[in-house]
Design a protein. Sequence first.
Length: 147
Amino acid sequence: MDITLQFRAQELRRVVEGLLARCAAERANDAQRAEFAEIAKTFYERSGDRDAVSMMDLDIRHHTLMSAAADNTYAAKAMHSIKGVSRRFWLLHYEKHGDVKRMANLHRGVAAAIAEGCGDDAEAAVSELVDYVEEFTLKVVGFTRKI
């Protein structure tokens, strides 16, 4: 996988997923908010697991619901085009370089903010998530910051 493409995908992801999270927080109905709350709880409960398949299934459920709640077909299509790249990169490298607990808790933060209807918090939580994905990508390529 071309690392430059991974970083370019994350640039787009930060903007598009942030928009979807904000819109979902603002537009979700009560049933969707309840499901986001349940997803957030499940991310928390599974944060100690290293079960990539289980986490991936929960991530897919989260993103499917976020796209539906955001009610923005264009943003959902754009997100779909880049989410697979990010997910494949994670699955290839998480065992050696990933922090599953941190990743689960970052996803939990997005779901919880959407459940609470806090658009600013949801967008900020996505930004924190993408920050971690970029940090993870740098770790995969062997970049270490010396202090």
